[in-house]
Design a protein around this ligand. Structure first.
Ligand code: NDP
Length: 298
């Protein structure tokens, strides 16, 4: 059996970002302002600081205005809600993202609920979850939408394919299953209580692993020729030659390469798609706020 095709998420995301940059420039010419994304970071979580920095740089590269609000970990709920209310009203701000996790003591659900659903470019607001569920236009969480884009790019029509999504979180697993259902796949959602997970995965033409357990999905769980999307990002303990620890996905990549038809690597697969789709959602929000049709092909 030939080795699986490596799905180049980084390359796809680079292309998407270039198309977004062109569309953002056209938007600015027409609307007289750039699309704008406000990112709110509360506290000093190291990983969150890296993500927020990366999002800000990606905005600037794409011609999207980036408004960063870095608040101390001691920020109270009332103060945070006042800021969100101000961003909701700000006509320069098309998208609002509150970086999670929030420090202990702040209620994430209450904070997300305060964001105007039409500026909720993360797609985490219950209104947007509801819109996705009933098939209305809204915002879809970035990571699963990025996975769908890679699947469509690689497979084309997904009609009738058997898809197994491992994981049922609100930010990845559930919206992923919804998107695949809307794309006419036959979808199974697996989770920690699923019986005989290897056997469930073996029937899938499409496997999306979003678990957070390093290399849990083994090569012999995969149906020959299946397309495997590995959402997991897990850092292994440091070793002598890898003092920072190696990054691996939820799929045993080397084993899967010999069985799958195609697979996303970690890193360089799904990860780069998440920020690209965040930019895409911000651009779409800007068009909606300006009463313009969103550009096609992004
Ligand atoms: P969550 O922890 O919220 O959800 C994990 C899911 O996996 C749960 O539904 C859980 O089941 C299920 N699960 C846990 N153990 C098992 C098991 N042994 N067998 C089957 N299912 C199991 O994680 P997220 O959805 O937030 O993230 C998943 C992974 O994706 C993580 O590695 C995360 O780092 C990564 N990620 C990557 C992103 C990217 O940009 N590439 C973005 C977001 C996440 P149950 O519900 O029963 O507990």
């Amino acid at each position: 059996m030939p080795e699986a095709v490596r799905i180049d998420g980084k390359g796809f995301a680079d292309g998407l970002r270039a198309r977004i940059a062109a569309a953002a420039e056209a938007f600015a010419l027409h609307a007289g302002r750039r699309p704008g994304l406000a990112v709110v970071l509360v506290g000093e979580d190291a990983a969150s600081q890296v993500y927020v920095g990366a999002k800000g740089r990606a905005c600037i590269e794409a011609g999207i205005a980036s408004f960063e609000h870095r608040l101390p970990a001691t920020t109270g709920a009332a103060e945070l809600l006042v800021l969100i209310e101000r961003l909701n009203r700000d006509p320069e701000v098309d998208g609002i993202l509150v970086q999670l996790p929030l420090p202990e003591g702040l209620d994430e659900q209450a904070v997300i609920a305060a964001i105007d659903p039409d500026k909720d470019v993360d797609g985490f607001h219950v209104i947007n979850a509801g819109r996705l569920s009933v098939g209305q236009e809204g915002f879809v969480p970035c990571t699963p939408l990025g996975c769908l884009m890679l699947l469509r790019d690689h497979l084309g029509d997904l009609s009738g394919l058997e898809a197994v999504v491992i994981g049922r979180s609100n930010i990845v697993g559930k919206p992923m299953a919804q998107l695949l259902t809307d794309a006419n796949a036959t979808v199974t959602i697996a989770h920690s209580r699923t019986r005989d997970l290897p056997e469930v995965v073996r029937r899938a033409d499409i496997v999306v692993a979003a678990v957070g357990r390093p290399e849990m999905v083994r090569g012999d769980w995969i149906k020959p020729g299946a397309t495997v999307i590995d959402v997991g990002i897990n850092r292994l303990p440091p070793t002598e030659d890898r003092p920072k620890g190696r990054l691996v996905g939820d799929v045993a990549y080397a084993e899967a390469l010999g069985v799958a038809g195609a697979i996303t690597p970690v890193p360089g697969g799904v990860g780069p798609m998440t920020i690209a789709v965040l930019l895409r959602n911000t651009l779409v929000a800007a068009h909606r706020h300006a009463g313009m049709d969103a550009p096609s092909g992004i």
